[in-house]
Design a binder for this molecule. Structure first.
Ligand SMILES: [Zn+2]
Length: 320
């Protein structure tokens, strides 16, 4: 019922903190509250606090415990609005825009958005690719400068594909490599997984494939030179083709190249520059949206669910 909810309906539905709290309670206990202490199903909400008291053992359970909202000073209505807003657009929403809408500090909204991205990351941790997989590498760099020819090829001013790597030490330092893998079936895309490479590309490919791909023998296609040895050594099949022209590469690896192009548009369009330190979280938001693109209307509900089942982040985790 709440899947295709409009912005006005959303505002009507979540007018108060209690509305939001009721909704979280329903998401956490869809079949009704169960006491974690005695497993009894009778509990009542203490209206003055975010607690449910068990009618038998009288133990109090927080409605928001175990969610990213726990102990947050940000009102639930604000949290809900942020979630609804970032689910409305493929580009998400920036902390600057949301801070203006909600009358909050930009730094606070930035923190809350990163907690949400962390929740999305946790939610998709179980995804393991299988079948026919396209693999490629992308370089994301906030200060990467390119020649006119490269700009034309890649369609963006600050991001570039691997293989045309800059020789400048300064530029290399500001660029981050990302391994991108997408399932392909009958020409259409399946799930996507991405991983930031912190070591050498070869180690990065190995780590990504080991962690994010089903360990049984899968079939890969790639034009990334570093992946050849690694993918085969892990027991997978690989169709490798060093592709020179960008048109040919797009033809041979259409799905992964479309994903990389959309990823760059998402990062550039909404955030302009992204720190490599936090890049993985932005990748999580992008992947979360991609992996649920068939149910766009209920995306905000999926994000809310992720927020309700991810453990709260500590300050150290938030700031890395
Ligand atoms: Zn109890």
């Amino acid at each position: 019922m709440l899947e295709g909810i409009t912005i006005l309906e959303f505002q009507d539905r979540f007018r108060t903190e209690d509305d939001c709290l009721d909704f979280i309670e329903k998401l956490r206990w869809p079949k009704g509250f169960r006491c974690p202490n005695c497993d009894h199903d009778f509990g009542y909400r203490l209206r003055t606090r975010k607690l449910i008291q068990c009618g038998v053992c009288r133990r109090q359970t927080s409605v928001t415990a175990g969610t990213i909202f726990h102990k947050s000073r940000t009102p639930l209505r604000h949290w809900f609005w942020m979630i609804f807003q970032i689910a409305q657009d493929k580009g998400g929403a920036s902390s600057v825009r949301l801070a203006k809408q909600l009358g909050m500090f930009q730094s606070t909204v930035w923190n809350q958005l990163h907690k949400l991205r962390h929740a999305m990351q946790r939610r998709d941790e179980g995804i393991s690719l299988a079948g026919f997989i396209e693999l490629d590498e992308a370089v994301i760099g906030p200060h990467a400068r390119k020649t006119g020819r490269q700009k034309e090829k890649q369609g963006g001013p600050r991001l570039k594909k691997l293989g045309k790597r800059s020789t400048s030490r300064k530029r290399r330092k500001t660029q981050t490599e990302v391994i991108v893998m997408v399932e392909r079936e009958n020409g259409s895309a399946g799930n996507i997984v991405m991983k930031v490479v912190y070591k050498t590309t070869r180690d990065g490919v190995q780590e990504a494939v080991e962690q994010l791909v089903d360990e049984n023998r899968q079939t890969f296609k790639s034009d990334a030179l570093q992946s050849h040895f690694v993918v085969r050594s892990l027991g997978h099949q690989l169709f490798a083709k060093p592709l020179s022209g960008s048109d040919l590469a797009c033809e041979e690896l259409p799905v992964v190249h479309r994903a990389i192009s959309l990823l760059k548009r998402y990062l550039m369009g909404t955030y302009h520059t992204v720190s490599s330190r936090y890049l993985e979280r932005y990748l999580s938001e992008f992947s979360f949206r991609w992996n649920r693109r068939d149910s766009e209307r209920s995306l905000w509900l999926s994000m809310l669910r992720a927020a309700c089942f991810a453990l709260p982040m500590t300050y150290a985790e938030l700031k890395l």
